[in-house]
Design a protein around this ligand. Structure first.
Ligand SMILES: Nc1ncnc2c1ncn2[C@@H]1O[C@H](COP(=O)(O)OP(=O)(O)OP(=O)(O)O)[C@@H](O)[C@H]1O
Ligand code: NI
Length: 388
C-alpha cells in the first residue's frame, strides 16, 4: 500500500434537496482504492452506498448534488467541489466537466455493474448485439471484430455456447447468466476500476457464489480494482481486501478485511457481524440489528448510531465522532468513528450509560437476545424495512 492509490475519495458529500428537507445521503466520506484491490462498501439499506457509488462516476441526478469533496483517479482530479462566492457549491476549475467524465472516465476507466441486469439490458435486442454495439462504440472496433470480441467476452465470463447465446434475448437468460453478461460488458472496455453495486443480491446463494468466484478470478487475471457494494458482511469476508462500513451516510469503520473481523472496533460493525447467519446457530438465535436506521434527512445528534448502540453513553449523544485511527493493522491504519476508543479524548469511561441497564450494568448482547438494541425507546421502528 505504498503506491499512490488508483482512486482517492476525500470528504465526499452528496445531498438531495427534497420538499421534506435536505437528505444527507453521503456525508463526508473518505477512502482509497489501490490498484488490484477489492474494496467493500457495506451497510444497511439506506446507508448511502449507492449514492456514493453514483457520485464517484458523476452520475448523481437532480435533486441530488455533490456539495463537497474531491475525487482523484490515477492522480488526476476528476471531481472536486468548492464553495463559490455566493456560498453555493460549485465545480472547481481543475475538475473534469460532465462531458469529460462521460467520454473519458465512465465505461472506459470506471465501469459499473448494477443489481438488476434487466435495467441495463434492452429486452428487444439480442444480448450479443448489445454487447457488440457497446464494444464498437467504446473501443472503436469494426462490427465483425466487435462481434468476435463480444463472443470472446461471453466465453470469458463462463457462458456456455457463447456463439449460440450471442443470438438470444435477455429474457432467455437466467438471472445469473444476465449478471454474467453485465460483467462481460463492464470488462469489455478494460476498465481499471469496476463498481459492483449489490450485483448478487437478487441471485440465489449458489449462483451468488459462482458470480463472486467469477469476479474474483477475473479481477486476478486483469488486475482490475473493484468496489463491491453490499449489505452482506459474509460476502465481504469472501471477496474483499479492505472494507468501509457505512452508517447513515458516514464511514464508521475502515480496515483491512481480516482486521475488521478479528479486531472489530465499531459497535455497528459488531452488530452487523452478529447478524450474519452462521451454520452453528439457528435462525432464532440470530441477532439482527434492532430498530430501523433513522432517516438521513434528520440524523440523530452526536454519534448517529447511538440510539441503537449497546455501548452508548451520554457523551455519544453530544459528540459526533469523525473516523480516527484506533489501531494499527500491520502498518495500515484501522479507523473507527466511536468515542469509546482512546484516540477520542472525551472521557467516555466517565460518562454515564445512556439508559440504566437492567440489573445494573450492560449485558452482553447474547444474554438478552433481541432486546439490547431495541431497549432504547427513541428508536423509531414505524417505517422502512427494519429486518436487515
Ligand atoms: N433520488 C433521491 N431523492 C431523495 N433521496 C434519495 C434519492 N436517492 C437516494 N436517496 C436517499 O439517500 C439515502 C442513501 O440511499 P442509497 O440508495 O445510497 O442507500 P444504499 O446504502 O445504497 O441502500 P440499499 O442497500 O437499499 O441499496 C437514503 O436515505 C435514500 O432515501
Ligand atoms: Ni444501494
Amino acid at each position: 500500500m505504498h503506491s499512490d492509490p488508483l482512486l482517492r475519495v476525500e470528504n465526499l458529500t452528496t445531498q438531495f434537496f427534497t420538499e421534506a428537507g435536505t437528505v444527507r445521503a453521503v456525508d463526508g466520506i473518505s477512502f482509497e482504492v489501490h490498484e488490484g484491490e477489492i474494496v467493500g462498501l457495506v451497510g444497511e439499506s439506506g446507508a448511502g452506498k449507492s449514492v456514493a457509488s453514483m457520485s464517484l462516476m458523476g452520475l448523481v441526478e437532480s435533486p441530488g448534488e455533490i456539495v463537497a469533496g474531491e475525487i482523484s483517479y490515477k492522480g488526476e482530479t476528476i471531481i472536486a467541489v468548492e464553495e463559490g462566492p455566493d456560498g453555493q457549491p460549485r465545480r472547481r476549475d481543475d475538475a473534469l466537466s460532465n462531458e469529460e467524465l462521460r467520454t473519458r472516465i465512465r465505461g472506459n476507466e470506471i465501469a459499473v455493474i448494477f443489481q438488476d441486469p434487466m435495467e441495463s439490458l434492452n429486452p428487444v435486442f439480442t444480448v450479443g448485439g448489445q454487447l457488440r454495439e457497446f464494444i464498437e462504440r467504446n473501443r472503436g472496433l469494426e462490427a465483425d471484430e466487435a462481434r468476435e470480441e463480444a463472443i470472446e467476452m461471453l466465453r470469458e465470463v463462463g457462458l456456455p455456447d457463447p456463439e449460440q447465446r450471442y443470438e438470444e434475448y435477455p429474457h432467455q437468460f437466467s438471472g445469473g447468466m444476465r449478471q454474467r453478461v453485465l460483467i462481460a460488458m463492464a470488462l469489455a472496455c478494460e476498465p481499471s476500476l469496476i463498481i459492483a453495486d449489490e450485483p448478487t443480491t437478487a441471485l440465489d446463494v449458489t449462483v451468488e457464489g459462482q458470480i463472486i468466484d467469477l469476479v474474483d478470478d477475473l479481477q486476478e487475471k486483469y488486475g482490475t480494482s473493484v468496489i463491491w457494494v453490499t449489505h452482506d458482511l459474509g460476502v465481504v469476508a469472501e471477496i474483499c481486501d479492505r472494507v468501509n462500513v457505512m452508517y447513515l451516510g458516514e464511514i464508521v469503520e475502515q480496515a483491512p478485511v481480516d482486521e475488521l473481523f478479528y479486531d472489530t472496533n465499531h459497535p455497528y460493525t459488531n452488530a452487523l457481524l452478529n447478524s450474519i447467519p452462521r451454520p452453528d446457530r439457528t435462525v432464532a438465535q440470530l441477532e439482527t440489528i434492532e430498530g430501523v436506521m433513522p432517516e438521513a434527512i434528520d440524523p440523530p445528534s452526536g454519534c448517529r448510531f447511538h440510539p441503537r448502540c449497546p455501548d452508548a453513553r451520554a457523551v455519544c449523544e453530544r459528540v459526533h465522532p469523525e473516523t480516527r485511527v484506533v489501531a494499527d493493522a500491520d502498518g495500515e491504519p484501522h479507523r473507527a468513528a466511536c468515542v469509546k476508543h482512546d484516540a477520542f479524548d472525551v472521557d467516555y469511561d466517565g460518562s454515564p450509560p445512556l439508559e440504566a441497564a437492567d440489573e445494573g450494568g450492560r449485558s452482553e448482547p447474547s444474554e438478552t437476545p433481541g432486546s439490547e438494541l431495541a431497549a432504547n425507546p427513541t428508536v423509531d421502528d414505524s417505517g422502512g424495512d427494519g429486518n436487515e
